[in-house]
Design a protein around this ligand. Structure first.
Ligand code: 5GP
Ligand code: MN
Length: 341
C-alpha cells in the first residue's frame, strides 16, 4: 500500500489548476539528468494522454547518453530555440518546474519563467525549495522527482493515463537518482512503485543498459585515465579528489556526459567517504561531489561553491583557475578536519 503523503489541499489546488489548463509547459534544471528528463517527459506524456497540449522545454542540450529516454527528441532546447521556448511559455496556462528547487538552476530560462503569467507548480526532491511557486510538492527524503511525480499522479487519481512510455520515463529517473536502487532507496514503498511500473510493461534491463551501462570507447578511456593518473586519495581525511583540465578532456575527445558516474568510483575504496571531482569546462570549473553516510557534500557545495544538491550528491561551480579550485578543496579538508577534532 503506497500511503498518500501529499496534503489533500495541495492536491485539490493542483486538480483545479489542471482542470483549467489547456497549454502546459514542463521544465527542468540545466544539464538535465535522468531524473530531470524522466520526470518532465513522463509527466508530459501523461498530460498528452489526458488531451492536454503539453511541451517540455529544457534550458540546454540533452546529453547524448540520455537520447534514449522516450519522447526526448521532441523537447525544445531553450539555448538553441529561444523564440520557440519563449512562445511556449507565453502561451502556457500552467507550468511544471521539475527536479529543481530554485529558478537559479534553469540559467537563462529563469527570467522567462519569472515573467510567465501561468501558475507554477514545483515537484521536486531537493532541500529548501524557494517560495516562487504557486503549488509546492517537495519531498527531499524521497528517491527522485520521478517518484514524487508518480505519487502526485496517484493522489490525483490520474494513474489510468500512465502508459508504458510514461512508466519507462519514471523508472529511468528513479533508477538513475538511486544508482540503480543503491542509495536513497531504503524504504519499502519505492519497490511498490517499481512493481507498478513493471506492470505497465517497462523494459528494466534495456533501461539499465541505456542509462547506466553505455559508454563510448573515448569516455571509458578518459575515465580510466582519470582514475589511474588523476585521482588523489587522502585516507586520513577520508577524501578523494579527481581533476581534469580542458587539455586532458580534449585529448580524449571529451563530449558532454563522458564523465558521468566517474565521481562515484572512488567511494568504492573503503578509506574514502567523500569525493570531489573538478572538471574544467569552457566557462567555469564544474564541481561535483559524492559522499556516504552523514557527511553532507550539499553543505560543502553551498558553502564553498555557491551550489547545493542532496546530502550525498551535490555540485556547484567555480570561477577561476583549476589551481585555485584545488586550493578550495584543500581548504575544505583543513576546515572539515578542524571541525571533526
Ligand atoms: P552532479 O554531480 O551529478 O552534476 O550533480 C549531483 C546533484 O548536485 C544534482 O542532482 C543537483 O541536485 C546538484 N547540483 C549539481 N550542480 C549544481 C549546481 O551548480 N548548483 C546547485 N544548487 N546544485 C547542483
Ligand atoms: Mn533528481
Amino acid at each position: 500500500m503506497i500511503e498518500p503523503i501529499i496534503d489533500s489541499r495541495v492536491i485539490e489546488h493542483l486538480q483545479r489548476l489542471l482542470k483549467g489548463a489547456r497549454h502546459i509547459v514542463l521544465t527542468c534544471h540545466l544539464s538535465p539528468d535522468g531524473d530531470a528528463l524522466g520526470s518532465t517527459l513522463g509527466l508530459c506524456r501523461v498530460l498528452r494522454n489526458m488531451g492536454k497540449d503539453a511541451h517540455v522545454v529544457v534550458p540546454d542540450q540533452v546529453p547524448r547518453a540520455l537520447l534514449f529516454v522516450p519522447g526526448v527528441r521532441d523537447v525544445v532546447v531553450y539555448s538553441l530555440s529561444q523564440l520557440r521556448g519563449r512562445f511556449l511559455f507565453r502561451e502556457a496556462d500552467l507550468v511544471f518546474c521539475l527536479d529543481f528547487n530554485t529558478l537559479q538552476r534553469v540559467d537563462k530560462l529563469a527570467p522567462v519563467i519569472a515573467q510567465c503569467r501561468a501558475p507554477r507548480v514545483l515537484i521536486d526532491h531537493h532541500l529548501d525549495p524557494d517560495n516562487d511557486f504557486d503549488v509546492k510538492i517537495s519531498f527531499p527524503h524521497l528517491s527522485s522527482t520521478c517518484e514524487v511525480v508518480y505519487r502526485t499522479l496517484m493522489q490525483l487519481a490520474l494513474l489510468r493515463y500512465v502508459d508504458t512510455e510514461a512508466a519507462q520515463c519514471f523508472y529511468t529517473g528513479m533508477m538513475t537518482d538511486t544508482g540503480n536502487f543503491t542509495y536513497s532507496s531504503d524504504y519499502p514503498e519505492i519497490y511498490e512503485i517499481v512493481a507498478q511500473l513493471v506492470a505497465y510493461g517497462i523494459n528494466k534491463q534495456w533501461l539499465y543498459n541505456m542509462a547506466m551501462n553505455t559508454f563510448s570507447a573515448e569516455s571509458l578511456r578518459l575515465q580510466g585515465y582519470a582514475l589511474s593518473e588523476k585521482m588523489q586519495i587522502f585516507p586520513d581525511a577520508g577524501a578523494a579528489l579527481i581533476t581534469l583540465t580542458r587539455a586532458e578532456l580534449e585529448r580524449f575527445g571529451y563530449r558532454k556526459g563522458d564523465t558521468e558516474g566517474l565521481v562515484n568510483k572512488p567511494l568504492s575504496i573503503p578509506e574514502v567517504h567523500w569525493v570531489m571531482f573538478l572538471r574544467e569546462d569552457p566557462d567555469q570549473i564544474k564541481v561535483s561531489c559524492r559522499s556516504e553516510g552523514n557527511f553532507s557534500v550539499s553543505d560543502i557545495c553551498a558553502r564553498y561553491f555557491g551550489g547545493g544538491g542532496h546530502r550525498n550528491a551535490a555540485g556547484g561551480d567555480f570561477q577561476g583557475s583549476m589551481e585555485d579550485a584545488i586550493d578550495v578543496f584543500f581548504q575544505v579538508l583543513e576546515d572539515t578536519c578542524f571541525e571533526n577534532e
